[in-house]
Write a protein that binds this ligand. Structure first.
Ligand code: GLN
Length: 203
């Protein structure tokens, strides 16, 4: 596959930033709001935003079951922040009726970093990348627990200054599913998107 079609679920959230980065990397980047658009995708990004809103809109747009179906079939999907929450099989601190796409054998905690560090930035080692990534967290989740098949790609350093966040997992991969708690689409570093584009191209 030379030029994969990579969709960005465009119901709510930071859609435009992902489209731009994916386009810069040579993918055919398309906004996905309909089942027919989803059907044309070789890979999909589920952006940051508000996971409860994205899930509600996905139901209204008739996309929830088609998305679950494509994920079950092995569609490569990259979820960032709210997108990570939507890919998680289990959610802590979700709303009572919060629906999820699932697929990733992880438990995430929504808004985990708490009020004092609602939004923050950190340089993190990321498995497979030579230099640290500058990670931007915006009311981000963290990963509480991972299943056996899940590879941990990044975690908050075990520094006492990080308090309860020390050592928390913030990036994972399970087969064709990739997820980060933070927002790699902001800040001009496209290396994690490159990892995803390569994953799409080789799957
Ligand atoms: N707190 C948001 C949620 O629960 C996620 C925030 C984000 O995507 N930046 O969905």
């Amino acid at each position: 596959m030379t030029r994969p079609v990579i969709g960005v679920l465009a119901l709510q959230g930071d859609v435009r930033e992902h489209l731009r980065v994916l386009g810069d990397l040579g993918a055919r980047a398309i906004a996905v709001r309909r089942e027919s658009e989803l059907a044309s995708c070789d890979g999909l990004v589920v952006p940051g935003g508000e996971s409860t809103t994205i899930a509600k809109l996905a139901r209204i747009f008739g996309l929830l079951d088609p998305l679950r179906h494509r994920i079950a079939e092995g569609l490569p999907v990259f979820g960032t922040c709210a997108g990570m929450i939507l890919l998680a099989d289990r959610i802590e601190d979700g709303t009572a009726d919060q629906e999820t796409l699932g697929g990733l054998d992880i438990t995430v905690r929504r808004n985990a970093f708490g009020r004092q560090v609602d939004s923050f930035e950190a340089d993190l080692e990321f498995a497979g990348l030579a230099d640290p990534v500058h990670a931007v967290f915006i009311r981000a989740p963290w990963v509480e627990a991972v299943g056996d098949g899940v590879e941990v790609l990044a975690a908050i350093p075990r520094d006492p200054a990080a308090g309860a966040a020390a050592g928390r997992i913030v990036a994972v991969r399970q087969g064709p599913l990739l997820a980060t708690s933070f927002h790699p689409e902001v800040g001009g570093d496209s290396r994690i998107h490159r990892v995803f584009v390569d994953l799409v191209t080789t799957s």
